[in-house]
Design a protein around this ligand. Structure first.
Ligand code: BES
Ligand code: ZN
Length: 845
């Protein structure tokens, strides 16, 4: 039907899969029999479906005439397809196709793969598990591996004695067989192949919790089940909250949340059988920081949101992946916000949106939605622009329409399309129908063009004029005249709280009547744009920061820093603004300020670092003094979080010796088990110990990694190995990514090493020498991530070297990300060059 080589013909389509999978965890081989009920729509003699890296032994069909014939199989490696050719043309109607195949349980973290861990007796144990999104179900069984070919799945697993088998449905039958048990699972609803999952291994499960009739469990390796309580609480909350939000019952019969020691992503929304990396599910709530707990709550809510948005209603094709992920991101924050309002999760989401806007301010950014042809194109969609920008754009729409009306549109969309597949526009149409607003044209302007605008605001008493142009870090005279339909929420600070006027800016500029200055044009802070106030308006606005909401203050700081980084404002504006933050107690606002501090720290010449650090101490010292070391009973969660951030900043960029000493002493207490330390201090303590540490601390870190009692504790140390200020230790860390460090964590460690403040260049040298091995070992989807540290290599020579190297060593699965990282590196480098003299004068000793 289509000429696209990556799309399967529709002459024969699947309706039901019966899968029988027999894994052998010793040889890491598996046998799979797939019995497919298919519809033959035309009299053809060939059936084409997806398969790769499996050996197909036989394919037999019985068509509607009752005749049975066996086909010959040919495989196309490149297109990942198999063609079965039958001697006689198939009769149209229902047919049963039976395919027998074998394969290897691989170590690539995709398809049917193995995860390992060492048990209490020091023996290595294997877990066979699956990860199919986007297009890897075809590595485990022959299938129509496109999201639009929805079918039902009846899965059976051969589970060896003493092991546990889990799949999408609940267990409905167990039949003893030699050496184990054939376990059969309940047939699923119609769904896409990328949502199938099956797991066999030495896992333990918690007793099910009944959540309004849905049994909810956590599964993990033995010994870690004590870390499941928080996940069960979040999961139960999310199930109830989301069923109510969507006004549709949970679409599967049970829900298992499964923690795996090796996992390429954070988590995966397999229907009823959600898989996670351990840090994203298992947590000790009494020994973790706010941020670590929020992360767990986020990931769980995100994946459970997908059970409706993604699993029940699914994109037709992979160009729709962004909406799937952006909506789950939006919902994860909505759900976490309902779970713990005191976390102020929407305020902290502004920093995530900020991260996306950094990439989106580049010439090399991309539209949120674009055409997807090959599987690689689809892989390129899993990035900050999909998740964070996409989520932020949905939040902007929700804020503009109002939460109730937005939700009515979502409900309409899900009800109308359940069990089906959709295009992005189906969602806009449903929200448009529910609200009567021009949702489609607004959203098209945000989705189909890259970048975002800066809205300039001028005027004052009575009216303001607002105008838009694209915001760019590196100016370019060929800049396009992009236009957005910008939802503005305008308020005067004299208006009562919550009051604002809505305006849709569709032209290059327009004027808006306002009561009195000072005026905010992004009231509540949810617009995905930067704002450039005229000097007069800016001065009025900052006269009393306490009249602004936290996100509005975040935006002021973030927009000012962005303007400085882009060379559109003098750096003095940033210094002047942060000097006004003495009374600021919101950690996200400080995050925006510390973004600037951290880049400047790197660019100030070494002789001037002491003066720079002293400025950091003057800035943050009073804040920390007022927050104190000790958690005060009843203090806000935000303040607790702030304490950790400010402490970390003072102990590093601030080089605050008394703080460093006390932090090291407290850390020693923790290690010795002497005194309890508030968990929110722990990440900062570990950061400071690494920042000031040498060989002894480095050895201690490894010891802590090996004996960690929670997944968070392990990565808290692991990810900071790369921050020790010593070239020899850095090389040891890099070498460990080829040995002891799990491949799932390697990319984070390498990225950190490239950003190392004394030896980033050596890390680059190491990486370029070990390039082929590293790229083979680290999963493809993390190739972009591991290069993130290059943005900190801002000397002219590094900028040249890195670009030249990547030119001759392209990474197909991270093409766009690489271009973006190279541009960010240039943005930072030109900032450094432009401001060198100013910084030198300002921080002359
Ligand atoms: N569907 C994704 C997992 C995924 C990512 C599959 C990329 C294939 C390619 C899942 O829902 C997801 O978004 N996971 C996130 C965590 C989430 C909380 C942001 C992840 O893995 O990072
Ligand atoms: Zn997702």
């Amino acid at each position: 039907m289509t000429a696209d080589p990556y799309r399967l013909p529709r002459t024969v389509t699947p309706r039901h899969y019966e899968l029988a999978i027999a894994p052998d965890l010793t040889t890491c081989r598996f046998e799979v029999t797939t019995v497919l009920t298919v519809d033959v729509h035309e009299p053809v003699s060939q059936v084409v479906l997806n398969a790769v890296e499996i050996d197909v032994h036989s394919a037999v069909i019985r068509d509607s005439s009752g005749a049975e014939q066996s086909g010959s199989v040919s495989l196309d490696e490149e297109l990942e397809r198999m063609t079965v050719t039958f001697p006689i043309t198939l009769a149209t109607g229902e047919a049963i196709l039976t395919i027998a195949a074998t394969g290897t349980i691989n170590d690539q973290l995709r398809g049917f793969y193995r995860s390992t861990y060492t048990n209490g007796d020091g023996e290595e144990r294997v877990i066979a598990t699956t990860q199919f999104e986007s297009t890897d179900a075809r590595r485990a069984f022959p299938c129509w591996d496109e999201p639009e070919f929805k079918a039902t799945f009846a899965i059976s697993l051969l589970v060896p004695e003493g092991l546990t088998g889990i799949s999408n449905g609940a267990v409905i039958e167990e039949r003893a067989t030699e050496g184990g048990m054939w376990v059969t699972f309940d047939t699923t609803m119609v769904m896409s192949t990328y949502l199938v999952a099956f797991i066999v291994g030495p896992l333990v499960t918690t007793d099910p919790v009944d959540v309004d009739g849905v049994p909810l469990r956590v599964a993990c390796v033995p010994g870690r089940e004590g870390l499941a309580g928080f996940a069960l609480e979040v999961g139960a909350h999310a199930l109830r909250f989301l069923a109510e939000y969507f006004d549709i019952p949970y679409p599967a019969g049970k829900l298992d949340l499964i923690a795996l020691p090796d996992f390429a992503f954070g988590a995966m929304e397999n229907l009823g059988c959600v898989t996670f990396r351990e840090t994203a599910l298992l947590v000790d709530r009494d020994r973790s920081s706010r941020l670590e707990l929020e992360r767990v709550a986020d990931v769980i809510a995100h994946e459970i949101a997908h059970m409706w948005f993604g699993d029940l209603v699914t994109m037709k094709w992979w160009n729709g992946i962004w909406l799937n992920e952006a909506f789950a991101t939006f919902m994860e924050v909505t759900c976490a916000d309902a779970f713990r309002p005191e976390w102020e999760r929407w305020v902290s989401f502004s920093t995530e949106r900020g991260v996306a806007m950094v990439t989106d301010g580049l010439a090399t950014t991309r539209p949120v939605e674009y055409e997807v042809v090959s599987p690689e194109d689809a892989e390129g969609m899993f990035d900050v622009l999909t998740y964070q920008k996409g989520g932020a754009v949905l939040r902007m729409l929700e804020t503009y329409l109002g939460a109730e009306r937005f939700r009515a549109g979502i409900r309409l969309y899900l009800r109308r399309h359940r069990y089906g597949n959709t295009e992005t526009t189906d969602l806009w149409d449903a929200i448009e129908e529910a609200t009567g607003e021009p949702v489609r044209s607004i959203m098209d302007s945000w989705i189909f063009q890259g970048g975002h605008p800066i809205v300039s605001v001028d005027g004052g008493d009575g009216t303001i004029t607002v105008s838009q142009r694209r915001f760019r870090y590196l100016a370019d005279e060929h800049d396009t005249d992009s236009r957005w339909q910008i939802p503005l929420l305008v308020r005067s600070l004299d208006d009562p709280p919550g009051a604002h006027r809505r305006a849709l800016l569709t032209d290059a500029s327009s004027s808006i009547a306002v009561a009195t200055a000072p005026v905010v044009v992004n009231a509540g802070g949810w617009g995905v744009f930067r704002t450039g106030y005229s000097p007069t308006l800016f001065t009025q606005l900052i006269a009393d920061l306490s009249r602004l909401d936290a996100i509005e203050r975040y935006n002021l700081v973030s927009d000012t820093w962005a303007a400085v980084l882009a060379g559109q404002a003098p750096i003095s504006e940033f210094f002047d603004l942060v000097a006004l933050l003495t009374d600021e107690r919101d950690p996200s606002v400080w995050d925006a300020a510390l973004d600037g501090v951290s880049l400047m720290y790197r660019e100030v010449p070494p002789e001037q670092r002491p003066a720079f650090s002293s400025w950091v101490r003057d800035l943050l010292g009073p804040v920390f003094a007022s927050v104190g070391w000790e958690q005060v009973p009843g203090e806000s969660e935000r303040l607790t979080k702030l304490r950790g951030s400010v402490l970390g900043a003072l102990g590093t960029w601030g080089e605050d010796t008394p703080i460093q000493e006390r932090a090291r002493a407290l850390h020693a207490d923790v290690v010795a088990g002497r005194a309890p330390v508030a968990p929110d201090l722990l990440p900062a303590l570990v950061t400071i110990v690494a920042w000031t540490g040498g060989e002894a601390e480095y050895e201690l870190f490894w010891d802590r990694i090996r004996t960690a009692s929670t997944p968070q504790e392990e990565v808290r140390y692991l990810f900071r190995l790369a921050t020790f200020p010593d070239e020899g230790l850095l090389v040891r860390t890099l070498e460990a990514t080829e040995g002891e460090i799990r491949t799932q964590n390697g990319a984070f460690v390498i990225a950190g090493a490239l950003a190392n403040r004394v030896a980033g260049r050596s890390a680059w040298a190491w990486l370029s020498e070990h390039w082929d091995d590293v790229m083979k070992r680290i999963p493809d989807n993390s190739h972009g991530r591991l290069l993130e540290g290059i943005v900190r290599l801002t000397d002219a020579e590094s900028v040249r070297d890195v670009a030249a190297f990547l030119e001759t060593h392209p990474l197909p699965s991270a093409r766009m990300q690489v271009a973006q990282l190279l541009e960010r590196q240039r943005v930072n480098a030109s900032f450094a060059e432009r401001e060198r003299a100013t910084l030198a004068t300002r921080f002359a000793n």
